[in-house]
Design a protein around this ligand. Structure first.
Ligand code: FPP
Length: 242
């Protein structure tokens, strides 16, 4: 191990890292390519960065792949993204299995076509015994929709007489989120320079550190992740205390 790598290895790592994979469209536009080419480059990078996160010891990685609002994009762009999801989930299944990565999906998956839903279920099922990093792929995900889903579940429990309103606390809500049982994200990275939360992990990110980087997602390299991790390790997290 070189000196720089040793220094990096000694830094406190986030247990749970979130990444908003933003900037694919601008990356393509800069090159005079269709937006779908940007998503393809973004999907390749998703694979590379996922493997890197697993290799350095991140325990939970959540990537934002498709939001509840992304359906508003032109039909050809949505179609290209769905095609990419199918292709990359098949391929990712193979490499992530070799790397002992468990894959979970966050979001309302019922909106996807039956074949994509089947593939998602297969990826979750076949990777379930894996004991390494947990990769959460947020697809048709929105933080508000997730909270609505959790609250609806609690309301059903109440109307069935199994729960009283006074019994509802933070833990009851957290246990009905798609991330139930996982630690909250410690660090969220947003490449592409936008300073927005964009409905990502709203409940879970209450105390997350944010790093915004002026670099488009397809260009985001392991060295950029290392920079964000160094920045994170210098933050003084107080969780509302002093
Ligand atoms: C945001 O960039 C990116 C997306 C909406 C899609 C992200 C999806 C991938 C990277 C593919 C991942 C693949 C799998 C299998 C998880 P943008 O289009 O909003 O970029 P812009 O802001 O520059 O227009």
């Amino acid at each position: 191990m070189g000196k720089k790598q040793e220094e990096q290895a000694a830094l406190p790592l986030p247990r749970h890292l979130g990444i908003i994979m933003d900037g694919n469209g601008r990356w393509a536009k800069k090159r005079g390519l269709p937006r779908s080419a940007g998503h393809k480059a973004g999907a390749n990078n998703f694979r590379a960065i996922t493997r890197y996160c697993s290799s350095i010891g991140i325990e939970f990685l959540t990537v934002y792949a498709f939001s509840t609002e992304n359906w508003k994009r032109p039909a050809d762009e949505v179609g290209a993204l769905m095609k990419l999801f199918k292709q990359y989930l098949e391929e990712a299944l193979r490499d992530f299995m070799e790397e002992n990565i468990r894959v979970r999906f966050l979001g309302d998956l019922s909106a996807f076509t039956p074949d994509l839903q089947e593939l998602i279920a297969r990826v979750e099922r076949e990777s379930a015994p894996k004991t390494g990093m947990v990769l959460n792929i947020a697809m048709n995900y929105g933080g508000r929709a997730e909270i609505v889903h959790a609250v609806r579940g609690l309301a059903e429990e109440i109307s069935a007489g199994r729960l009283s309103p006074a019994e509802i606390g933070e833990a009851e809500i957290a246990s009905r989120l798609y991330t139930a049982g996982q630690p909250d994200p410690d660090l969220i990275i947003r490449p592409s320079g936008e300073h927005r939360v964009s409905n990502f992990l709203l409940w879970q990110s209450a105390y997350a550190e944010y790093v915004v980087m002026d670099i488009l997602w397809p260009d985001f390299k392991p060295a950029d992740l290392d920079r964000a991790l160094r920045d994170y390790s210098n933050r003084n997290r107080r969780f509302g205390g002093v």
